[in-house]
Design a protein around this ligand. Structure first.
Ligand code: BGC
Length: 518
């Protein structure tokens, strides 16, 4: 009877992979341990304390440089199939260049990978998660065209060291944040605000860096190790604020935010999305430039980029509505510096708010994003490499539990109804960590970690119990009993899911109706 009233089982496919993620600067600490070189975040967090709400930094963070066995232990306690972590470029290559490799840095990641494999957890390795070696930044970072070769050299070092054990690689995490958000606002490391050329030079060089790293693997390692590579995109799903008025603007917004970073790699024709190329040329000419601020690709570069990914790696957090900017209105952070679109973003009226103002909760946007990717780039494998809830410090985090459940439901629908090939889901984050500008004031962790605790104990939240049940069964609508199994041991109050009580009351109504007519 329960199944008949819409509380049916929602099972993700048997080969679907569940993971959790972290990133080097956000968890490792050991910022100058064993000869590690400085990264832009080591520098920025010390010199721009006022940019971080609680004035903290990642000097120690979750101390994973020393406590990595704990990370593997909790990953294994959850039953994760995959653990996504990032390598700090300047821990392996202190100056950023391959002529000087740190033995201690290599050992750290090698031990971590071995331990994960021992626990049957597949490492998913990100090569770059915002932490540029300072020495490379001093030479212009992503705005210097030579970065593409330096990054490819770094990638080759990583493949030589770890490709025998790592089969899934993410070259770069969230180009749109690295290029658009950072150069438009200057509020994240390296703290450089340069709206006119910064985002677009970065956009081009970063994509080329990715492609060169991909081609190194393809040429020198693929035959032997047969791994898969991609780059993670942070997709802000965009809806028209007023329909049909803003329909075309929303389409352009998506091409601007998603297409500018995906079209060169995933589309059949390659290169920039034509609509964006046209818009940026028009706007640049209007501004008095005699060329487009978006640098063009040579034919050779286009070919290098086209097809340089084996799957689509998607980070999804939120959705915004787009509308035309009013006279004199200044853009929001995501589309800021793109007055060329003449657009403003608004929070959807039906979104739930979270502890982060820029991340209202909107699960439906995930399914729409997945369909959009399929419609735009074909039937490719999509790995969700991040999705997570920004909360405060509660251990009984039923809101996070609901967040995961609601997003997994959208994934389920995308697979079942829209036939999108989603191959896995990675929750951000395995444990609380240094959340960039928010310091430690906002939490994402399945496990709580109090950065003031000298022992940095990782303590399971309620959501971790739910996620472990899903991983065990692949069922999204897990039973309350499963979630409550360890509740006493964890000193958490018992969990009664709203969803199940809705199911129960629906079932009761059906029973009453049957009783009435019998
Ligand atoms: C980033 C993470 C960050 C998370 C939550 C993602 O876009 O990759 O580093 O912690 O968002 O803000």
């Amino acid at each position: 009877m329960l199944l008949a009233v819409g509380c049916s089982s929602q099972k993700l496919p048997p080969n679907f992979k569940f993971g959790a993620a972290t990133a080097a600067y956000q968890i490792e600490g050991g910022w100058k341990a064993d000869g590690k070189g400085k990264s832009i975040w080591d520098e920025f967090a010390h010199t721009h304390k006022d940019a971080i709400v609680d004035g903290t930094n990642g000097d120690v963070a979750a101390d994973s440089y020393h406590l990595w066995r704990e990370d593997v232990r909790i990953a294994s306690e959850l039953g994760l199939n995959q653990y996504r972590f990032s390598i700090s470029w300047s821990r392996i290559l202190p100056s950023g260049l391959p002529n000087n490799m740190s033995k201690a840095g290599v050992k750290y990641y090698s031990d971590l990978i071995d331990e994960l494999l021992k626990q049957n957890i597949e490492p998913v390795v990100t090569m770059y998660h915002y932490d540029m070696p300072l020495k490379i930044q001093d030479l212009g970072g992503w705005t210097n065209p030579l970065i593409a070769d330096w990054f490819a050299d770094y990638a080759r070092v990583l493949y030589s060291l770890f490709a025998d054990r790592v089969k899934t690689w993410i070259t770069i995490n969230e180009a749109v944040v690295i290029c658009d958000m950072i150069y438009n606002t200057g509020i994240l490391a390296p703290g450089i605000k340069n709206e006119e050329l910064g985002p677009f030079l970065c956009n081009k060089h970063l994509l080329l860096a990715h492609a060169k790293a991909y081609r190194v693997y393809e040429r020198e390692f693929k035959d032997k190790y047969n791994g898969r590579l991609s780059l993670s995109h942070n997709i802000l799903w965009i809806e028209p604020y007023q329909y049909p008025r803003d329909k075309e603007l929303a389409k352009l917004g998506l091409e601007y935010m998603i297409g500018r970073y995906s079209h060169p790699i995933f589309s059949k024709e390659g290169g920039w999305p034509p609509s964006v190329e046209k818009k940026l040329l028009e706007y640049s000419l209007k501004q008095g430039f005699n060329y487009s601020r978006l640098p063009s690709f040579t034919e050779e570069e286009k070919q290098l980029l086209k097809g340089s990914a084996d799957f689509y790696a998607l980070n999804y957090y939120t959705t915004h509505m787009i509308r035309p900017a009013k006279e004199g209105e200044k853009g929001t952070w995501f589309l800021n510096g793109s007055p060329e679109l003449g657009a403003m973003l608004e929070i959807p009226a039906d979104a739930e708010l979270s502890a982060s103002v820029i991340m209202p909760v909107y699960p439906k946007g995930l399914r729409k994003t997945l369909s959009y990717l399929k419609n735009s780039y074909g039937d490719i494998d999509i790995l969700i490499t991040e999705n997570g809830y920004p909360g405060k410090h509660q251990m009984y985090d039923h809101v996070r539990l609901k967040y995961i459940k609601d997003h997994l439901t959208q994934v389920y629908l995308a697979i079942k109804e829209d036939k999108v090939h989603v191959i896995g889901y990675t929750y951000w984050a395995l444990m609380d960590n240094f959340e960039w500008n928010s310091g430690y004031s906002v939490t994402f962790g399945l496990y709580a970690m109090d950065h003031k605790d000298p022992k940095k104990i990782r303590s399971p939240r309620l959501s971790s119990q739910y996620y472990a049940c899903v991983i065990k069964t692949h069922e999204i609508n897990v039973s309350d009993e499963c979630v409550n199994e360890n509740i006493e041991k964890l000193h958490l109050q018992e969990y009664h899911s709203f969803g199940n009580s809705v199911c129960a009351s629906k079932a009761l109504i059906v029973l009453l109706i049957l009783f009435y007519f019998s």
